[in-house]
Design a protein around this ligand. Structure first.
Ligand SMILES: [Zn+2]
Length: 250
């Protein structure tokens, strides 16, 4: 378990890419907290990584206490996650290589905003063919230019450097398994685990979205899992861990 790529945001927060094992049949990329007001992804990924590295820890209750007191400032401060120290040799069970970006938008998490510190929706900033400039401060403002943001570029680099075979991004709150690209089977399997319906993005144009960029334009099976934000995040640990374990084997 180690950090294999790192960058700093506008507000000098770290974005990290964590690798669980060096080799694998397939490379799976899992991304949390693209939108800063959706802290569930970061929490669930870090919880999973913590469990892998420290299987005897029982710190779930501590974490979820923090998460309940939204805005999610306490989670943002949980840098005691000690990523740097996690150079453990313990491997996730499973044949695939898992890569995690626990929190793509740490500035937004800190500010409790959907967007990053530049008020850009990262999920509208990817350089897709149909990218359009939306008015500044509109709900889906995707930047002055596509790929203008550090967070966007970080993911683009990860895709070109590590060529993931499957990508999962964690969002909230719609309780659906969305997919782009050739991911119908994977979406159905994930749907069976978490009991949310499957929805395909086909026919629905989202300029600059990650699903469009990775799934439609690059043909990488891309799942957007929209989690329930009404329930205690603790209740999401079991199904989401099961989804990660499924991806480790698929
Ligand atoms: Zn989202």
């Amino acid at each position: 378990m180690k950090i294999i790529k790192k960058n700093y945001t506008q507000n000098n927060n770290e974005i990290v890419l964590i690798e669980n094992q060096h080799d694998g049949d397939k490379t799976i990329l899992i991304i949390g907290t693209v939108h800063g007001d959706e802290p569930q992804g970061k929490f669930l990924i870090e919880n999973y990584l913590d469990k892998i590295n420290h299987p005897t820890h029982n710190n779930i209750n501590d974490f979820s206490k923090d998460l309940k007191n939204l805005p999610p400032r306490p989670l943002g401060e949980r840098e005691e996650f000690r990523n740097e120290e996690r150079v453990s040799e313990i491997r996730v069970r499973g044949k695939n290589r898992l890569l995690f970006i626990p929190c793509l938008n740490p500035d937004g998490l800190e500010l409790n905003t959907r967007t990053n510190a530049n008020e850009v929706d990262i999920n509208r900033n990817f350089p897709t063919k149909n990218w359009v400039r939306e008015p500044f401060a509109s709900e889906y403002f995707g930047g002055e230019n596509s790929a203008s943001e550090i967070e966007t570029k970080f993911v683009m680099e990860v895709i070109s450097e590590f060529s993931p075979d499957i990508i999962l991004t964690l969002h909230a709150p719609y309780k659906v398994v969305n997919y782009d690209g050739p991911a119908e089977k994977i979406a159905k399997d994930i749907s069976a685990i978490i009991n949310y319906p499957v929805e395909s993005d086909i026919g629905y144009s989202t300029p600059g979205s990650f699903g469009n960029y990775a799934g439609i334009e690059r043909n990488i099976p891309t799942i957007t899992l929209e989690l329930d934000e009404e329930i205690d995040v603790k209740e999401l640990i079991t199904p989401v861990n099961e989804i990660f374990n499924y991806l480790a084997e698929v």
